[in-house]
Design a protein around this ligand. Structure first.
Ligand code: TMP
Length: 212
């Protein structure tokens, strides 16, 4: 692919949307042709699937949940991400295959090998050039606990979130070009770390043709 594919990952409310916008603006200012997108969603069809999979109170069984995320991903990858990369653009995507491993695998308990197989099918094997995972500290989690996890179901949620968080750590340790960033740090400091990672990975050097 001529372009470069950057994925930002992490638990809900870890600040990745803020960092995605900051990075998008930084790359635009540098004169790059950039696409900012997200999963689930990113195209009209995939956004409709997003509405179904995220609808509060809807009965969605674990395997159906997995396949909905993968259906959204298949549409998004084919319709938007691959064409943009073929055109030499830098694609920034909020969430990708690592989310499915962390949420449906480590947290929901579905088989990780099965998830990796459907991830491969949905993406046609497309892997990110760089994955950055934003993780809050344990302290942050427990300090939010009293408010977020006060009843039985919310306590289950806490376990789910802890497993998902552990999943992210494990995935980063065994994924090429994947890094953890401490999401407790100051927004500007995080932005700087993200830019440094892009430089270290020659993301910007390798796309001179798309500079305007
Ligand atoms: P978002 O609000 O960050 O866009 O993500 C929507 C939710 O979907 C978030 O709770 C994470 C979850 N999710 C999964 O469980 N599996 C996936 O594969 C993806 C992409 C997201």
């Amino acid at each position: 692919m001529k372009g470069k594919f950057i994925v930002l990952e992490g638990p809900d409310r870890c600040g990745k949307s803020t960092q995605a916008k900051l990075l998008y603006n930084y790359l635009l200012e540098q004169g790059f042709d950039v696409v900012l997108t997200r999963e689930p969603g990113g195209t009209p069809t995939a956004e409709k699937i997003r509405q179904i999979v995220l609808e509060p109170g809807l009965d969605v069984r674990p395997v159906a949940e997995l396949l909905l995320y993968e259906a959204s991903r298949a549409q998004h990858t084919q319709e938007k991400i691959i064409p943009a990369l073929q055109a030499g653009k830098i694609v920034i995507c909020e969430r990708y295959t690592m989310s499915t491993c962390a949420y449906q695998g480590y947290a929901r308990g579905l088989d990780l090998d099965m998830i990796e197989t459907v991830n491969r099918i949905a993406t046609s094997g497309l892997k990110p050039d760089l994955t950055i995972v934003f993780l809050m500290s344990d302290k942050y989690f427990s300090s939010r606990g009293e408010y977020l996890f006060s009843d039985r179901l919310e306590r289950e949620d806490r376990e789910f979130r802890q497993n998902m968080r552990l999943g992210y750590k494990n995935m980063v340790s065994r994924t090429e070009n994947a890094y953890l960033i401490d999401a407790d740090a100051d927004v500007d400091a995080i932005r700087q770390q993200v830019i440094e990672l892009l430089k270290e990975h020659h993301i910007t050097d390798l796309c001179p043709s798309v500079k305007s």
